[in-house]
Design a binder for this molecule. Sequence first.
Ligand code: AMP
Length: 434
Amino acid sequence: MNQINPPKGTHDIYDLEGVANQYIETIFSSLCGFYGFSYAQTPIFEHTELFERGVGDSSDIVRKEMYTFKDKGDRFITLRPEGTAGIMRAIVSNKLYANTDLPLKYFYSGEVFRYERPQQGRFREFHQLGVEEVGVNSIYNDIEVILLGYSILQTLGLKDVKLKINSLGDKQSRDNYRAALKDFFADKIDDMCEDCHDRYNTNPLRILDCKVEHDQEIVRHAPIMRNYLTEKAETDFVETLEVLNAFGIPYEVDNNLVRGLDYYSGVVFEFHYTSKTGQNYGAIGAGGHYDHLVEEIGGPALEGIGFAFGLERLYAVMRDDSLLEGIDEGLDFYVMSVGTKSFTDAFSLLTSLRASGFKCESSFDGKGFKQLFKRANRKKAKFAIIIGDDEVDKEVVTIKNMLTEEQFMVPYAQVIDKADELIDELEAHSHHHE
Ligand code: AMP
């Protein structure tokens, strides 16, 4: 029969990428924990209307990229194209704002779906790791979230992160700016792309995001948001930047950063990183402050701030920069049994070792020592435990240090104690060298 291929824009994750993703998620969730965020999960599909209202009618995501279908009950359902709207809906549906101190702080992780043209670093099914902090409107909440994102990247080893930041101000600021853009583009829009025509009517800020080269040339001369901020919005932005300075977080104010989603207001930001291979994956993470999002989906007037990282992009830059080499720690023990007589002993030893908290493996396909040592090396085992027919008769095992090749015999009954001792020694040794 002919082979079934994966759908366009999807990818399977295994081996190094699998290990890397688990590692990234562990760092991500542990830092979120340190910052007082707790884990939340929301459905992968929601009513289409949630995203139309939450992400916004004028965004590319809603206009072109959603996986929407009618279910058997004739409801319009959409596979989530991002994580924020779902978390906001959960906050409203469960009235989470009523029972707890504000701000609410949640982190999430999971698949998102966008019908985009697949290319380097761009998938139709991908994964986002994100956080939302909702309910308190102080610049310190914004800064806390930016700092969290920055520390996660630092902890992953991505030292030269470029933080691009801008402010979209409050509603008044954006109304002023929108009017200025309409003025500016009025006599130019006829020369611009079809999409920009729509954007001109629905949300002229979107024009700044246009990827068409000819249009970008025009956009270069457009008025900038910063000059239309109200006094309050400008003061907040300046203060935010001052605190970032004080914490030594390098940033670059990017006047054209408007972000692709409709709900943003106030500070918006993107984390950029160019790997040593020079491959530009675009933003590896992005976020911003939102003011009317919770209201937009039927909740109270609560502001918030959040960001999301793209897991595929984090993996790609870490791989390109050789930051993944040490993360697969390998096995503590590889148990080798040669000759079927030793299979039973080997298997019960394996079970006791695992029960005592050691990572170990064995194989039962009757291969010889040479093959087994190769396997142990590929699995990065620290020690091999050898049980041959000879060892079974004498009720001992041979233990070999895979690095130093030193080997010695241990009575079968004492293997677990010895295992403790060996691993403790190795750990003490490696801490000594840190
Ligand atoms: P956004 O929700 O568009 O702000 O995107 C947040 C992050 O998700 C981006 O910075 C990327 O790292 C990642 N991302 C967005 N779109 C894709 C895609 N099509 N494929 C892979 N990663 C993506």
